[in-house]
Design a protein around this ligand. Structure first.
Ligand SMILES: *Cc1c(COP(=O)(O)O)cnc(C)c1O
Length: 365
């Protein structure tokens, strides 16, 4: 049996009849840039996140970067984030000129350890950027309390958490702004790159609209030095169609996660902990296990695609040597980087595939 890590082909087959007329329509009227579907998708996605505004951009990385820029974050500022995340979180921060300041993870949730945030705050700190990693919200109440006390902004990296909830609040609606990615493999994925910033702040929303579109509100009248970071109309059309399925798809992911949990209960794997405040959307299903590299190879030899998210923490990446961190600075992140293993997880996964993955995993000696 072969089990892919994600299966975008079978997802497409399931919605082909809905998607093709949407694409045909956009091709037919040729409104490729800032067409009607962009505005409609922004309205629908804002509603989905229960925020007032949503601003479509060309990637999740751009969404993070432009959210920071909209608040005038740049050179001389520090942004606190987590050592265990995808590189894009840090790249977005450093591309504004600001410095990423890292914090270790909570050993249970693998998200930012809220106990360690205050120790990372300096005179230069302006923002806390929690990441809702693997689809589980970070502990937002604690983060908001620290931010309030120190007069900091909170910008959520929700790139892995479309539809997740923190104590019944949709992720993206909790901080001052939030960024989403529509990279194809995300819970809501385009047919290429795409992203979104959501916020309740009308001034920030206006600034984001300028930033993504050459700094113009009116064609050829450039109010600020902006960028070309718009969301394509074609991607917006695809995403509008897929958004209608997102809750159902997230429900399937949760069902698969509980089946994995049930079948792996008697295994040597440490299973993901669903925090009591979290409605987890399982972008990834991440276990920890000893002899991880050998097990990874064994699964691959048996036709199972797996991943590691992420094998090298941010502070040990050559790209961030300039931050001056050392091995040993974030011990939980470093230990987990050697033990984590992401099992196949996508809505169309079936019980036979989960049975197969878990039985191969358990038979490894
Ligand atoms: C995917 C991702 C991003 C970046 O999104 P892109 O659309 O690939 O630019 C940022 N942060 C996290 C945590 C992600 O998983």
């Amino acid at each position: 049996m072969k089990v892919p890590f994600v299966d975008l082909v079978s997802q497409y087959q399931g919605i082909r009849n809905q998607i093709l007329p949407v694409i045909e329509n956009i091709m037919g009227n040729a409104q490729f840039i800032m067409g009607e579907d962009v505005t409609l998708f922004e309205q629908e996605f804002a509603e989905f996140c229960t925020t007032k505004f949503a601003i479509g951009v060309d990637s999740g990385t751009s969404a993070l970067e432009l959210a920071l820029r909209a608040f005038d974050i740049g050179t001389g500022d520090e942004v606190i984030t987590v050592a265990n995340t995808f590189i894009a979180t840090a790249l977005a921060i450093s591309s504004t000129g600001a410095t990423p300041v890292l914090v270790d993870i909570n050993p249970e949730t693998y998200n930012i350890d809220v106990e360690k945030i205050e120790g990372a705050i300096s005179e230069q700190t302006r923002v806390i950027m929690p990441v809702h990693l693997y689809g589980q919200p970070a502990d937002m109440d604690a983060i908001l309390a620290i931010a309030k006390e120190h007069n900091l902004l909170v910008i959520e990296d929700a790139c892995q958490a479309h539809g997740a909830k923190y104590r019944n609040l949709s992720v993206g609606s909790i901080g001052h702004a939030a960024a989403f990615s529509f990279y194809p493999g995300k819970n809501l994925g385009a047919f290429g790159d795409g992203g979104m910033v959501v916020t309740n702040d009308p001034q920030i929303a206006d600034k984001l609209k300028l930033l993504r579109d050459y700094g113009q509100k009116e064609k050829y009248h450039h109010l600020i030095k902006g960028y070309n970071r718009r969301l394509d109309t074609l991607q917006a059309g695809v995403l509008r169609t897929k958004l209608r399925y997102l809750n159902e798809w997230n429900e399937s992911r949760r069902r698969h996660a509980s089946r994995y949990n049930e079948l792996l209960q008697d295994s040597k794997a440490t299973l993901p902990v669903n925090a009591d405040f979290a409605e987890y959307v399982y972008h990834l299903f991440v276990i920890r296990i000893q002899h991880r590299n050998e097990i990874l190879t064994y699964l691959q030899q048996n036709g199972i695609s797996v991943g590691i998210h992420y094998p090298i923490p941010i502070h040990l990446q050559p790209a961030y040597a300039d931050l001056g961190y050392q091995e040993g600075d974030f011990p939980v992140t470093e230990q987990y980087a050697n033990e984590i293993l992401s099992l196949p997880m996508f809505p169309e996964l079936n019980d036979d595939q989960i049975n197969y993955v878990t039985s191969i995993l358990k038979e490894f000696k």
